[in-house]
Design a protein around this ligand. Sequence first.
Ligand SMILES: [Zn+2]
Length: 328
Amino acid sequence: MPLPGATKGLEIRTRQTIPPNRKGEPAKQDDPVKAPFAGSPIRGAFTVDVEEYFQVGAFERVVRRDAWECYPSRLATGLSVVTDLMDEAGVRATFFVLGWVAERHAPLIRRLAESGHEIACHGWDHRRVFRMNAEEFRADLRRARRAIEDATGERVQGYRAPSFSFDRRTPWAHAVLEEEGFAYSSSIFPGRTDHYGMPGAPRWPYRPLADGRLREFPITTLEVFGHRLPWAGGGYFRLAPYRLYRAGYRRLVAARRPFLFYCHPWEFDPDQPGIEGADLKSRLRHRLNLSRMAARVRRLIGDFPWGRMDEWLESCAIRNKGREDDGW
Ligand SMILES: [Zn+2]
């Protein structure tokens, strides 16, 4: 069932209010970037995947899960940089937190929630979903969610798969999320990279289950010469010149498309320890331009109106299937 007011495609309900910009003031009508947002709640969803530097997928082969306790935590360092940037701009975001992290850093996660950020779920221990079966996935969700809800005292609504690991091997994944009471997922990269992807999946938020309420907000892509480029953060954001990235987001704004951005606390922590034994490519990719990340993200937050993913989805009506007639 589409939400009330839905007609076709991604329908943005008209609102009387103008969404505030980073200073909490209404967006100016004549601002070339923010003008398309005037009168509509459309904005980017700013998201942070809360995991330690030693838990990233690229180091999985050299850092065993049962050795995680041996590594010094750097979570608070990176997290404080990104939350300061948000406070400075008056932005509230969605934090997808690992259950493992929530169990060990409950006060930190609770403070995030108390500051007005949304706390969502990133799985228990960053195991990729395509390496589990449906029942293992369900157990992982329950364990993670319990730890996160114990930390915040609030119901978790959203989920992001570690390393965007929903793909053709996990046709049951959205149904399990729905059965477990999640309201949305942001777990699919609708293209192909060397690590993940589901080519041909819808690019814009949609309802993946014919008769379900669950919504999927795919990782934002730009279509260039028939290729879907990841345009949502990660190493690509740190590698590309900032102005190029901004131009891509501006294209999406001009077309009134939704977009998201994701980052990790460790990306704001250039002094984190190195991971011994990891291959050179993974280490270089992990550390690329970390020292510039805070300045870049400050600009990004200032250039576009951002908000929490749950608030963004609530303000939109989404039909059952994504549309591919967007011309990008
Ligand atoms: Zn992650």
